[in-house]
Ligand binder design. Structure first.
Ligand SMILES: [Zn+2]
Length: 231
């Protein structure tokens, strides 16, 4: 099977992208793993593919979302993942079952390092996990992603009685969404607050951002359109 057969594809949005046919990565490193030259651009292009498929499936219920996406994907060969990983982006996002970064960015195993908890808060475990991904795995991009219809943020906006554990989960969200006029604004405010907490509470991440080893971005995923936009 040819390993490096390229094909120029166009998405329905008319954006030209280069992809490989035959299960090989779009931008292979010497180790044969998927390593894009521009991680943020790669996330954006992957989301555009997902977005097109998501919207097509919304218009036409018979559309198979997986079939719509499978031809454009980069795949790490299993043997490159047996003993090591080289993810090119880290995503801190919500535990919501509809918010799957691998799907949303049209990626495959070995590409994204993902940390999730309801409300995408920068708890100590999340900060430590991101420090690991940036310092040991050397991921050059960290994205904090909130999403439309977030139940954790919605809970933080309300006054319902919570269990002690839930109160600890919701408390930092409450402190980050004060005076937000609606849920969408609160989600954005919460994601921005999480990014600020990462910078405040991690010298390692702050220094990596200063030296240019790390790019930290914040985004909002809209379930209606499938689009992820930077905020
Ligand atoms: Zn959520």
């Amino acid at each position: 099977m040819p390993l490096h057969r390229r094909k120029l594809l166009k998405t329905s949005a008319g954006l030209a992208i280069t992809a490989f046919v035959g299960g090989q990565p779009a931008a292979a490193s010497n180790s044969g793993s998927c390593q894009p030259r521009d991680p943020l651009k790669n996330l954006t292009e992957g989301n555009q593919r997902f977005c097109n498929a998501w919207q097509e499936a919304a218009r036409n219920p018979s559309t198979n979302l997986g079939s719509e996406l499978q031809n454009n994907r980069c795949f790490n060969a299993p043997q490159t993942l047996f003993n090591e990983q080289h993810p090119w982006a880290t995503v801190l996002t919500c535990a919501d079952s509809r918010v799957s970064p691998s799907w949303i960015f049209d990626t495959t195993p070995g590409e994204l390092f993902v940390i999730r908890s309801a409300g995408n808060t920068a708890f100590d475990a999340a900060i430590a996990s991101i420090e690991y991904s940036v310092s040991i795995l050397q991921t050059p991009l960290v994205m904090v992603m909130g999403h439309s219809g977030c139940g954790a943020v919605s809970t933080a906006m309300g006054e319902a009685a919570l269990t002690p554990s839930l109160e600890r989960l919701i408390s930092p969200i409450r402190s980050q969404i004060a005076n937000s006029p609606d849920l969408a604004a609160a989600v954005r405010s919460n994601a921005l607050g999480t990014a600020a907490t990462l910078r405040e509470n991690s010298t390692l991440l702050r220094q990596a951002e200063t030296t240019g080893a790390l790019k930290l971005v914040v985004s909002y995923f809209d379930l209606q359109t499938g689009a992820v936009t930077l905020i």
